[in-house]
Design a protein around this ligand. Structure first.
Ligand SMILES: [Zn+2]
Length: 299
């Protein structure tokens, strides 16, 4: 007894903590493991959620920032994965990812939730005075009609969510060229502040081949007022990539493309100050930073 009393008072607690941490396997089979890539989430960024469930699931869905989405299963790593995103407008704070799994032979919901911290990303405020033709800042009635038509087409197509995933592996650059404007920067046209730059610009001369950033289906390949010759690829599960100001189309709507396939040639059609390639990424109607998407190591 005397021996025991001489033990430091904190000893049992420390031993207990170590035991819990060291028990092999017990925690990993009984609990969910949910990871985000990148680990630090910011507004405007895509995120890869990877989930290991404590039971065999038939399907897994997620709810995040008001969006519902489904996960794919990687049998070799026994991991469920899905791409999602955080809108540019999302305020810093803690947000919950709710997971719902379906198990064979049971209708009971199998759920788990985890909070993620979203930090504030600082995007450049480049106050560059750009001169754009008057038809883009003070359009005529006929031009207004074309603008309205373009708006309707974009509303119809750019918020689509097709259930099957077509993307696989990393998203790659559509051109091997320097970046001339990043996502999120603030631009000014004819002295008037515009909404933030919602894409990534590549400095390419007209006629440069533009490659598909991943596999998908051509959702749009048509001229629009602001976008010029415009190609949109649907990679499935609500993920789209957009290619603007092309001089020429190399695909048509409905075509299947693989990563690296040439979808068009660069140009300066639509609202552009000169030839360049503007690419954009949308997830369920949310604009995401293409540069950050390309940095993700994807399954
Ligand atoms: Zn741009």
């Amino acid at each position: 007894m005397n021996q025991l009393r001489k033990q430091p008072w904190f000893r049992p607690a420390v031993t207990c903590g170590l035991l819990l941490a060291c028990l092999p396997g017990r925690g990993s089979t009984a609990t969910w493991s949910v990871r985000a890539q990148p680990a630090r989430l910011v507004n405007g960024a895509p995120v890869l959620f990877q989930v290991k469930a404590p039971a065999k699931l038939e399907s897994l869905t997620g709810s995040w920032l008001g969006h519902q989405f489904s996960f794919s299963y990687n049998a070799s790593t026994r991991t469920w994965f899905a791409l999602a995103g955080v809108s540019l407008e999302t305020a810093p704070g803690r947000y919950t990812l709710e997971l719902t799994g379906a198990r064979t032979g049971t209708k009971a919901p199998f759920t788990f939730s985890r909070q993620f911290l979203v930090a504030h990303a600082s995007y450049p405020k480049i106050k560059v005075e750009l001169t754009v033709e008057k038809k883009f800042t003070e359009p005529t009635p006929e031009q207004l009609r074309q603008i309205e038509e373009g708006k309707k087409i974009k509303q119809d197509y750019l918020n689509r969510v097709t259930p099957d995933r077509q993307w696989a592996g990393a998203f790659t650059a559509p051109a091997d060229a320097p970046i001339s404007d990043v996502f999120g920067s603030q631009r000014i046209f004819n002295g008037k502040a515009q909404s933030p730059h919602l894409g990534l610009d590549f400095r390419v001369p007209a006629g440069t081949p533009v490659a598909a950033m991943n596999s998908g289906t051509v959702l749009l390949a048509r001229p629009l007022y602001f976008e010029g010759n415009f190609v949109v690829l649907d990679h499935g599960q609500g993920l789209l990539t957009l290619y603007l100001h092309l001089s020429e189309f190399k695909v048509k709507e409905g075509d299947l493309v693989k990563r690296g396939d040439v979808i068009g040639l660069s140009g300066g059609t639509g609202r552009a100050t000169g030839p360049h390639l503007h690419v954009a990424v949308r997830w369920q109607g949310v604009n995401l930073d293409p540069a950050r998407l390309m940095q993700l190591a994807l399954p």
